[in-house]
Design a protein around this ligand. Structure first.
Ligand SMILES: Cc1cc2nc3c(=O)[nH]c(=O)nc-3n(C[C@H](O)[C@H](O)[C@H](O)COP(=O)(O)OP(=O)(O)OC[C@H]3O[C@@H](n4cnc5c(N)ncnc54)[C@H](O)[C@@H]3O)c2cc1C
Ligand SMILES: Cc1cc2nc3c(=O)[nH]c(=O)nc-3n(C[C@H](O)[C@H](O)[C@H](O)COP(=O)(O)O)c2cc1C
Length: 701
């Protein structure tokens, strides 16, 4: 065990990350701290047992917020552990710093960081540096970079004071007093003391020479290999001509987290593998699945195309393997992750731009430059093509650090949301080594989908519905997402047919049980439910309806309920209202048959339909239906112990619905003002009666 003295120079960095940002920042921090001579560990919060937390002197946390103010999946065990631990002085020797990542488009901005701070203080830990709250809506780096820059002096002071305990009060507390004063002086700031921190930056070192930038012809379009669309960006790079001084305020270049080492050509990697490697640590075990069927839920004239997909779980990763013997532990309201892959045309185009086509399929080993648990540890032996196909997010908006030479001098670059390929095509002389790209690009994340099926009917299957993300961006460029176009491509043979002779590819999925109560109530079946889910937000509710319909059928089939069994079943199960929205019900009414069936068998008591693009009916949204039925909504919630479930877009719809509910509480529940009405909504949330499963439509801003 390390002595107290040794621990004083130690820094343990924990991250909680859903889509990789916090993990990446934590690992960069780990590397920089190690370079400064600290003994570092960098761990997901769920791996906290790898250190003796209560013995550690100095902790740094980088934590994001997901869902509706929820902590990321890879921190849930940590939270459970902390909740169960009743020792109030557990962390009395610990000092901490927290960097929160969030997005002000969401109601609960940086909620994980706020909760963490509260819990750490309840356990007697003390902050040595003010909490940073970085906002994805304006650019994380605006807070992250100065927060890290100013962490170093605070860290040096706290480590020194840990060693010299006798002097501990003066230096650290002085520093803390100063920085806390800065924080309290700025009460409404969501970006905690960021201006203050930014002031402290005198000099940002440019570690590398600025590459010569070839000026593209505005609007010129290049197509790399011709197979995949790429766009020469329309940029004003004239500021670069003014010299290096222009670059003094730019974000840091990404640190190298790993390097790619060529192996002898006879170490043939892919040939011996049935499936490509998975470069992502899933929170629950990986499951193998094959496509059972797929069908289009929308009409050809609809603006968006929506697919329904059914997956069967297999015992082994082979398409002809038997289905898994055990039933899945899943309920409507839960979702599952799908490990997806990049478009092969895009991968090929990038390989061509990087001059790597000839070596793309040769074996390489990815070596971590960070530590044993670093990003590369799980990557092992692979090929460059596999890395580009499965490990890296090639389409996400690039981090500012990745394009630091251009970003600040050219706002229009960021506005154009360039992809990696666009940048490579715009600057054809740029040939970053793959190892550096591994450090600079985000990891390719699995995508999540709500289960639309019930285990009562399909215990070994996972069904879902999704819009295929294909769109024209603000600059008229054709773009598409990663996972849904890929699912569309691989499920083509099944679309429109219930069976097919095609062999299914093997999909890797994993369960994401909902950590809030956003699941069909399995036991407390008498609660009335108000389900609000426009577009694909209806997906979990299709599962709810199927589940409840089957529960009702089973109850009826038991017999002996009363002389009028259907009435007795109605009395047993609470009524369900569904507020569903689409653009035009003739074109994009998802799951119309299933919803009608639920109405016919009395599972669904009422459907409130809102069409936003049907001129003859006016533009109606789900919240309009709520306003119209305000008295009914209030009665269900106040007198009948009802539960409201909302699923879909976090920024637009969820806010409008929240406002509508608050106004209903004012109008029908007598709340004096908005503040009081919102307090009622918060109370319902606390009671598990106002539940939201939200996702962002603007993840890649
Ligand atoms: C818990 C959870 C459950 C979910 N359940 C579902 C579900 O049941 N069904 C479902 O469809 N999705 C669901 N999602 C969202 C889903 O995980 C994916 O984010 C979505 O399918 C897009 O993935 P993709 O890889 O195809 O696109 P990505 O590669 O992620 O690209 C999507 C991005 O492209 C951009 N974009 C897309 N369309 C446009 C446009 N018209 N204009 C401008 N920009 C645009 C946006 O920035 C968007 O964020 C869920 C998300 C979570 C977190
Ligand atoms: C589905 C989803 C839900 C989110 N919910 C919230 C939220 O409730 N509050 C918040 O401040 N940020 C929210 N965010 C923003 C993320 O915290 C932010 O994008 C962060 O950079 C993600 O970091 P990560 O990649 O480490 O998870 C959400 C993002 C997504 C994609």
């Amino acid at each position: 065990m390390a002595s107290v003295d040794e621990r004083a120079d130690r820094l343990v960095i924990f991250y909680a990350s859903q889509t990789g940002n916090a993990e990446w920042i934590a690992k960069s921090l780990d590397k920089s701290a190690a370079e400064r001579g600290y003994q570092c560990r960098c761990l997901a919060m769920d791996d906290h047992a790898e250190v003796e937390l209560e013995q550690e002197r100095v902790l740094a946390f980088v934590v994001s917020t997901t869902g509706d103010g929820d902590p990321p999946d890879n921190s849930l065990k940590f939270w459970r552990w902390l909740r169960r631990n009743k020792q109030s002085d557990l962390l009395q020797h610990t000092q901490y710093a927290i960097l929160g990542l969030g997005d002000t488009n969401y109601d609960n901005f940086c909620n994980t960081a706020k909760r963490l701070e509260k819990r750490l203080q309840e356990k007697a830990a003390r902050p040595f540096y003010p909490t940073g709250r970085a906002d994805d809506a304006t650019g994380l780096e605006e807070v992250v970079d100065p927060w890290i820059d100013n962490l170093w002096p605070a860290l040096a002071a706290v480590c020194k004071s840990s060693r010299e305990t006798a002097q501990s009060v003066s230096a650290v507390d002085q520093l803390l007093d100063n920085t806390m004063a800065a924080e309290t002086a700025e009460p409404a700031a969501q970006v905690v003391a960021s201006d203050k921190l930014a002031d402290g930056i005198k000099d940002v070192h440019i570690a590398e020479p600025v590459p010569e930038v070839k000026k593209p012809t505005a609007g010129e379009t290049a197509a790399a290999s011709g197979a995949y669309p790429a766009y020469v960006l329309d940029l004003d790079t004239s500021a670069l001509d003014q010299g290096l001084s222009q670059l003094s305020n730019l974000a840091k270049s990404p640190v190298d987290l790993c390097e790619v080492v060529a192996l002898p050509a006879d170490a043939n990697v892919s040939a011996v593998r049935k499936l490509p490697p998975v470069f992502f640590n899933t929170p629950t075990p990986l499951l193998y699945a094959r496509i059972k069927t797929a069908r289009t839920l929308t009409q050809p004239e609809a603006v968006k195309r929506t697919l329904h997909l059914e997956l069967e779980m297999l015992q082994r990763p082979e398409a002809d393997s038997p289905l898994i013997a055990d039933e899945l532990d899943v309920l409507p309201g839960d979702s599952f992750g799908i490990i997806c892959e990049n478009d092969p045309g895009l991968v090929q185009a990038i390989l061509e731009q990087l001059d790597c086509v000839d070596t793309a399929d040769q074996p390489v080993r990815v070596q971590s430059l960070v530590d044993e648990n670093g990003i590369a540890a799980s990557l092992g032996q692979t090929t460059v093509r596999e890395l580009l196909t499965h490990a890296l997010d090639l389409q996400g908006t690039l981090r500012k650090s990745t394009i630091r030479l251009l970003a600040d001098v050219s706002q229009d670059l960021r506005d154009q949301h360039p992809t990696l390929l666009d940048l490579l095509v715009t600057f054809p002389s740029a040939r970053p080594p793959i190892g550096r790209l591994l450090g600079a690009l985000s990891a390719l994340q699995p995508r999540s989908y709500s289960c639309t099926n019930t285990p009562l009917l399909h215990p070994r299957e996972l069904h879902c519905a999704f819009n295929i993300a294909e769109y024209v961006d603000a600059h008229g460029r054709q773009r598409h997402g990663v996972c849904t176009p890929w699912l569309d491509r691989i499920s083509r043979p099944w679309q429109g047919a219930t069976s097919t002779l095609a062999a299914s590819p093997i999909l890797r999925v994993y369960l994401r049980p909902n950590v809030t109560n956003f699941r069909v109530p399995d036991a407390a079946i008498h609660h009335p439910m108000i389900l609000i889910g426009p577009g694909t937000g209806v997906a979990p509710f299709i599962g709810f309806l199927a589940h409840r319909s089957e529960q009702r059928r089973l109850r009826l089939s038991m017999g002996g309920i009363s002389r009028v069994p259907s009435r007795a079943v109605d009395a047993l199960f609470g009524p369900i209202q569904l507020y569903y929205g689409c653009r035009d019900d003739r074109l994009d009414f998802l799951y119309r048959d299933e919803i009608m069936r639920a109405q016919n068998d009395r599972t669904l008591s009422e459907l409130v339909l809102a069409c936003s693009r049907k001129p003859e009916h006016g533009r109606r949204y789900v919240q309009d239906g709520l306003y119209e039925r305000g008295a009914d909504v209030w009665r269900i919630m106040s007198a009948e112990n009802g539960i409201i479930f909302v699923c879909g877009d976090a920024t637009g719809m969820a806010r409008d619905v929240n406002t509508a509910l608050a106004e209903i509480v004012q109008q029908h529940g007598g709340a004096a003002d908005m503040k009081e009405a919102l307090a009622t909504l918060a109370e319902w949330t606390q009671q598990g009666r106002y539940l939201r499963d939200l996702r962002s439509d603007t993840r890649h801003k």
